[in-house]
Design a protein. Structure first.
Length: 281
């Protein structure tokens, strides 16, 4: 049996599923995928865009963290309760988050900027480098761990299997009986026995045979997310086990209602199926 995931990791992962953080993580990934040698002018421009995106990510993270810590609304709220209170509280939180991010004391923007800059060959010598380690950083180490977890989560789910996408999410003609019905996940075709990995950190809530799914592994993740891995030849994890993103949890098979070896992969949030392709890194 695995050990419980740290509380800071769970909080960070939950915050990282916010759509704004997910979008900013995509923007940072795009900046980190630049190819070819950059001119000095282009390097300065790229570094400026990178810094701004990293600071925006940190500001949104701080804003979400403030919201998590804020007590439920009441009549004695700072701006008097009701819609006006929510409106001005949101404005206050957004501005406070922006100002806190600009102090650089949390260090998330710096961490992200260093990471992405290294991917495209920008270094400390480039104009507008990140400030060095500041005084008092040790005071916010727990927050930095939560922030790092949020950044990892916002990057999205890992692809659980290297293979060919054979069926997408949505309405389709069933390959077995031809009836048109909704497909709640995606199918990835691969050779029998190929390794299937966990798409994110989490805990196994089910591992065993399940009707049309065949051999099924279900993993619960922070933020009320759940992933399902079906038609496995073998399940390699047990119920209650803590797993990490990228850990092998099963092998490809054709158990259950399947026409050949493949992985049926689902992502659900609060029980509702989502399109996995929109969430994969």
């Amino acid at each position: 049996m695995g050990t419980a995931l740290p509380l800071q990791e769970n909080i960070g992962s939950s915050l990282g599923r916010d759509a704004r953080l997910h979008g900013l993580a995509g923007r940072l990934r795009a900046l980190g995928s630049a190819e070819g040698e950059l001119s000095p002018q282009e390097a300065r421009r790229q570094r400026g865009e990178l810094r701004e995106a990293a600071r925006d990510f940190e500001a949104v993270f701080i804003n979400l963290l403030i919201q998590e810590m804020r007590p439920d609304e009441g009549e004695d709220d700072m701006f008097g309760g009701g819609f006006g209170n929510r409106y001005y509280t949101e404005m206050f939180d957004a501005e406070l988050s922006r100002l806190l991010s600009r102090t650089g004391q949390l260090g998330l923007a710096e961490m992200i900027e260093r990471q992405v800059a290294g991917q495209i060959g920008l270094d400390e010598a480039d104009e507008g480098i990140i400030p060095g380690e500041g005084v008092g950083r040790a005071l916010v180490q727990p927050l930095r761990r939560i922030a790092a977890s949020a950044y990892r989560a916002a990057e999205g789910f890992l692809r659980p299997l290297a293979g060919r996408l054979s069926s997408e999410f949505g309405m389709r003609d069933d390959p077995i009986d031809g009836v048109r019905r909704h497909h709640n996940g995606i199918d990835i075709a691969a050779e029998r026995g190929s390794p299937v990995v966990a798409a994110a950190d989490g805990r196994v809530s089910f591992s065993g045979p399940s009707s049309g799914y065949g051999n099924l592994v279900v993993i619960e993740h922070a933020g009320n997310y759940q992933t399902r891995y079906a038609h496995n030849a073998n399940n390699l994890v047990r119920k209650g086990e803590a797993v990490r993103a990228g850990q092998v949890v099963a092998s490809v098979g054709d158990s259950g209602r399947a026409t050949g070896p493949h992985l049926h992969f689902e992502v659900r949030r609060s029980g509702e199926p989502l399109d996995p392709l929109a969430l994969l890194r």
